[in-house]
Design a protein around this ligand. Structure first.
Ligand SMILES: [Zn+2]
Length: 74
């Protein structure tokens, strides 16, 4: 059963594990973002093992594909 788009949360606050900087980002609706440049310290963040994207690792909300049952990491 398809999930209506309205239930998707596209905004996530990414918290850098290195410097603690928080930045509100709009996530791509149908893609996993593997890399993220911290706007605080400039570090290139990558997902932690087992996570499909940086939003799942460091964001307050998992990425939209994950919200829809993404299997890209399985
Ligand atoms: Zn940082």
């Amino acid at each position: 059963m398809a999930t209506p788009d309205q239930t998707l949360i596209l905004q996530s606050v990414v918290r850098c594990p290195l410097c603690g900087h928080r930045e509100t980002e709009i996530m791509p609706r149908d893609a996993c973002q593997w890399f993220y440049d911290c706007k605080g310290c400039g570090a290139l963040l990558k997902p932690e093992p087992g996570d499909c994207c940086v939003f799942c690792s460091y964001g307050t909300v998992p990425c939209p594909p994950f919200q829809q049952g993404c299997t890209c990491f399985g």
